[in-house]
Design a binder for this molecule. Structure first.
Ligand SMILES: Nc1ncnc2c1ncn2[C@@H]1O[C@H](COP(=O)(O)OP(=O)(O)OP(=O)(O)O)[C@@H](O)[C@H]1O
Ligand SMILES: [Mg+2]
Length: 667
């Protein structure tokens, strides 16, 4: 605590300027809040087109331009005055507000911590008027200027007079990321408004919607194209429930992914009466419906738009209006949960698979305990004479096994002197996590075949297992890169491929914008590939050689006989820029290894020229061969199966001879 002399501790009225700055601090935690307030004003003004431009994560400059009804010339002196609003008249109106704003505080607050210029034109005027503001006051008379109907607000030097607030902000990229996330959510909830967000000078916007009104298209464009095919649209028509505390009327619309989709990060967007809000209770209540459908640690995409009578929500809990209180919350959540669950259940195929997965979970536990079973209960048949299918004739004859064994003689999983300490640490992390039960299964199992591109079936003794091939491949490549660190074989690319071109290629095809847009492609390219240290590291440790001209010359051969997916090279190069943490050695090696492993795990080699149908068939056959002759032998001989495979349910027992025999005996 600051020690103030007693005589100075008298109570005084705070200076008006201090009060205003303190109030501004409550609404504006960072640039994202300022943009949210102005975006809401533009929506309140009935705009159908809103363009936002920022510099330096919004700290240096924010400009928001709309085509709404504009501000009358006579009102311009008042806009930045505290508690001046065109939206709320009487306190009673608060319970029936349909606009975002009502406090008349947002622009005033911004003008107390930044330099504000407003240009606006209403349709009854032949020209626009421009004014400048400081500390809540208009500091220049309205100047006539050319313009279109609508308003443009220009903000410069946010927090120029609150340096501590400014210092507390994240980097430009972090702030831009927050802005792009918030704008995406508003763009989603306002499908008939075309909204764009871009960095000043950048040609490609980070957020861009057409305003066509098609929500599912917007979801794909804003949150990832892979979400759209798995979207369910659930409409809960207006309903009145009788609850213990009265009647609850609501209407809801949900866009939810079906069980085929899962992602490592959850995206939950909630709007109540068109207002973006956060509510932990509603979020938890709805997301938990997916617990039965998705593998642990993975999440759905869920967008909920709830409409309740304005009188039953209180939006005036905090100045940012991000929190709301709602009457009959639990009853409404319960109704939405049931409806969501019904819809997920009706997704035929996925549901069948997942209910099976639930059953299988028990089976995996059984497998782990099987040594305690009495021998008479274990095997009722000879596992050599009774097999579940025709198996391909590989095993010890596989070329991979020879290579792998030879390599394993020199490359052990133990600590290797001379290897980087961080690599030793990462190797130790997975070797200490080995699950011996799984090791036993993999090392003496037989491949039954590929179930689809994601799963393989294996037989071990009298048990049949389903294993997630993608997870196994990722783990295999991750471990192999670390174990053979800096000694990976090379794939030479002849004349090579220009990295810049690959990045542009990725951008041309990727419909996902947002995170990647925080930095332009050129910035990314310069940051990663023009840095000699990074290039040396990629080349020396990971066999990824990029020359000074930015030409990719060499790639690693991680598992002999396995060709990396060249068709996914653009995404891989992009991921090297975006997903690698280049700041610290351990994190850098770990994330880099993961990025390579993630890329390598995807099957590639499809030719764009080939007829799609035949190419698809051929690709499948080819993939099957690679799994049989290269990947599975590698999994058998060098993969160290870790606990992670149990946790993410990568291997599940689907049948046991013992049980099947019991059933047949009864027949
Ligand atoms: N883009 C805009 N188009 C038209 N009018 C606007 C725009 N932005 C602000 N205004 C006018 O300026 C007034 C003040 O805006 P401000 O955001 O400060 O307050 P508010 O929206 O009324 O309430 P709140 O502080 O809750 O947002 C608004 O009431 C509105 O009349
Ligand atoms: Mg407002």
């Amino acid at each position: 605590m600051l020690q103030t002399p007693v005589e100075d501790r008298r109570i005084r009225r705070l200076d008006e300027e201090v009060i205003n700055r303190v109030a501004a601090g409550e609404i504006l935690h960072g640039p994202v809040n300022a943009i949210k307030e102005m975006l809401e004003n533009s929506l309140d003004a009935g705009s159908t087109q809103i363009n936002i431009t920022v510099t330096d994560g919004g700290v240096k400059m924010i400009q928001i331009q709309d085509n709404g009804h504009g501000i009358k010339k006579e009102d311009l002196p008042l806009v930045c005055e505290r508690f001046a609003t065109s939206k709320l008249r009487e306190f009673e109106d608060l319970s029936s507000m349909t606009t975002f704003g009502f406090r008349g505080e947002a622009l005033a607050s911004i003008s107390h911590v930044a330099h504000v210029t407003i240009t606006s034109m209403t349709k009854d005027r032949p020209c626009a008027f421009r004014c400048q503001y400081a500390s809540g006051k208009m500091i220049s008379d309205p100047k006539a200027t050319a313009g279109l109907v609508g308003t443009t607000i220009h903000i410069e030097d946010l927090f120029y007079n609150c340096l501590s607030r400014r210092k507390g902000l994240g980097t430009s990229s972090e702030e831009f990321h927050k802005i792009s996330d918030m704008v995406s959510r508003y763009a989603l909830a306002n499908p008939f408004v075309s909204i764009s967000l871009k960095k000043m000078g950048s040609k490609t916007p980070a957020v861009c919607t057409s305003g066509s009104g098609v929500v599912s298209n917007n979801i794909g464009a804003l949150f990832g194209a892979d979400i759209s095919p798995d979207l369910l649209h659930v409409h809960y028509e207006e309903t009145t429930l009788t609850t213990s505390t009265g009647t609850a009327t609501f209407e809801a619309e949900m866009y939810a992914t079906n069980p085929n989709y899962n992602s490592k990060k959850n995206i939950f967007v909630l709007f109540i009466n068109e207002r973006l809000v956060s509510s932990t209770t509603i979020k938890k209540g709805l997301l938990s419906v997916y617990n039965e459908y998705l593998p642990r640690g993975t999440h759905p995409f869920l967008y909920v738009k709830l409409k309740v009578p304005p009188q039953s929500v209180d939006v005036n809990i905090n100045p940012t209006k991000s929190e709301v209180r709602m009457l009959h919350e639990q009853d409404i959540i319960a109704a939405l949960r049931t409806r969501l669950n019904d819809n997920l259940l009706s997704c035929g195929t996925s549901r069948t698979f997942n209910s099976k997965a639930e059953y299988l979970r028990g089976e995996v536990e059984l497998t782990k305990k099987r040594s305690s079973l009495r021998p008479s209960k274990k095997i009722r048949t000879d596992d050599k004479s009774r097999r579940l299918g025709e198996f391909p004739p590989f095993s010890d004859a596989s070329p991979f096994l020879e290579t792998a064994r030879a390599k394993n003689k020199e490359e052990t999983f133990e600590r290797v002197e001379g290897r980087l300490e961080s690599v030793n640490h990462l190797v130790h992390s997975f070797t200490s996590q080995i699950n011996t039960g799984l090791s036993d299964i993999f090392s003496s199992s037989v491949l039954v075949g590929l179930v689809d591109s994601e799963f393989i079936a294996l037989q071990h003794k009298t048990y049949l297992y389903l294993a997630n091939l993608r997870h196994l491949k990722t783990l295999l490549f991750y471990q192999q890169i670390l174990v053979r660190f800096s000694k990976l074989d090379d794939i030479h690319l002849g004349e090579g491929l220009p990295v810049r071109g690959l990045l542009q290629e990725y951008r041309r095809h990727a419909s996902v914008e947002g995170e990647g847009e925080m930095e332009t492609l050129e910035d990314m390219y310069v940051r990663v590939f023009c840095d000699e240290t990074k290039r040396d590291m990629l080349s020396e440790y990971f066999s990824i050689e990029i020359d000074e001209e930015g030409i990719l010359k060499r790639l690693p051969q991680i598992v002999p006989g396995h060709t990396p997916p060249f068709d996914l090279l653009p995404a891989f190069i992009y991921s090297l820029c975006l997903d690698v943490d280049w700041t610290e050695e351990l994190r850098c090696i770990d994330s880099l290894t993961r990025v390579i492993a993630e890329w390598e795990k995807d099957f590639g080699g499809r030719s764009e020229d080939e007829d799609r149908f035949y190419a698809g068939e051929r690709a499948e056959e080819e993939e099957e061969k690679v799994v049989e002759n290269v990947l599975y032998p590698a999994i058998k001989s060098v993969l160290k199966p870790t606990e992670e495979l149990i946790e993410n349910r990568s291997i599940l027992q689907i049948a046991s001879m013992e049980k099947l025999y019991k059933v047949f005996e009864r027949c």
